[in-house]
Design a protein around this ligand. Structure first.
Ligand SMILES: [Zn+2]
Length: 345
């Protein structure tokens, strides 16, 4: 039995399970891979597609990474790999996309052993799209494998997960992420910080490691938050107006959707409030924002633990609202109303 880990960080059990399915010719027709963003769902699905179609692997259930199938799948140019996802992260996966996929899946594989349909972030599918996919899940074509990814099975119509084998990916340990970052050439200090901030998600850590501007953006967000806490409501609303206007303008120049920008800020803010809450209740708990201990101490000194916990809850709620397409400016303004004013700093 092959047990190299498909070059994945963590999730050894999932790799073992899938490679065993291939080796014993028991590949299911549909899998649902769930877990938080950046934990490794898409990477696992891509490796599985490679292992299924590899023509040159020494061991059944493994892949070589070198053959035509392996390389073309890696580049997403394999004719029997069908990638379906909403146009934007946080967008909507539409029924037309499922119909088009179904036409393609009706044909036998062009060159691969199996046609692999990879449906990413399927929680973004609307009901029409999800219902359309049901038919394909109920009457699978013989040489087709459906791979769905989603944040959790609860975010889908229940009829979808009930027709799939579910692989629920858990957080990857901090040590594993830190080690992988060092192996890729990060300095120890940065690797330690990123591994903590990643909160179990190697994909997140690698994204931040290879895009230094993301850490700069985090610094900006955290400093914004600390400054906003010292200002009054009027100042805060002005700040939101400026921020959302900038995001809109950058969007017009080809930048990210304002919703994603807001989610980025919220992620950093939630992480800081989470550290403050941990510190308020348990001084020995592991902190994530180890480079911002002073800010965290300011929050803990200025606010009672219950209030920190309540604020954290509101920030997390705003994140969920944004993921469900709420109006960006409205969400940010509501958040500003809920922020206490602190004078210490
Ligand atoms: Zn190969």
């Amino acid at each position: 039995m092959v047990l190299m880990n498909w070059e994945l960080i963590g999730h050894e059990w999932a790799v073992n399970l899938l490679s065993r399915h291939i080796a014993s010719d028991q590949v299911r027709h549909a899998y649902l891979i769930t877990g938080p963003d950046g934990v490794g769902k898409r990477t696992l699905a891509m490796r599985f597609a490679q292992a299924v179609n590899c023509t040159d692997s020494k061991n059944a259930g493994d892949f070589c990474g070198q053959c035509r199938a392996c390389q073309f799948i890696q580049r997403k140019q394999f004719p029997d790999l069908h990638l379906v996802e909403a146009e934007d992260v946080g967008g909507i996966l539409k029924v037309e996309q499922i119909r088009e996929l179904q036409h393609q899946l009706a044909l036998s594989p062009y060159e691969g052993k199996k046609r692999v349909a990879l449906l990413l972030r399927f929680h973004e599918a609307n009901d029409n799209a999800a219902n359309a996919l049901l038919k394909t899940l109920e009457e699978p074509a013989p040489k087709v494998i459906m791979l769905l990814t989603a944040q959790s099975k609860e975010t889908l119509l229940p009829t979808i997960p009930s027709r799939c084998e579910i692989l629920q990916l858990r957080d990857v340990s901090r040590d594993q992420i830190e080690e992988a970052l060092v192996e890729r050439g990060e300095g120890h200090e940065k690797a330690a910080l990123l591994a903590r901030l990643a909160a179990g998600r190697p994909g997140w850590a690698f994204r931040y490691a290879s895009n230094p501007e993301l850490l700069d953006e985090r610094t900006e967000h955290l400093e914004d938050l600390i400054n906003l806490l010292k200002t009054d409501r009027l100042e805060r609303f002005k700040h939101v107006e400026r921020l959302t206007r900038d995001w809109e303008r950058e969007r017009k120049r080809g930048g990210e959707h304002p919703r994603l920008r807001a989610l980025g800020a919220l992620e950093h803010w939630v992480s800081l409030w989470r550290d403050a809450m941990m510190l308020a209740y348990d001084a020995t708990a592991e902190q994530r924002n180890i480079d911002r201990t002073q800010d965290i101490q300011v929050l803990v000194r200025a606010l009672p633990p219950e209030q920190i916990s309540e604020i954290l809850g509101k920030f997390e709620q705003s994140k969920r609202d944004l993921q469900k397409n709420a109006n960006v400016r409205l969400v940010m303004e509501t958040l500003m109303l809920d922020l206490p004013r602190i004078s210490e700093g």
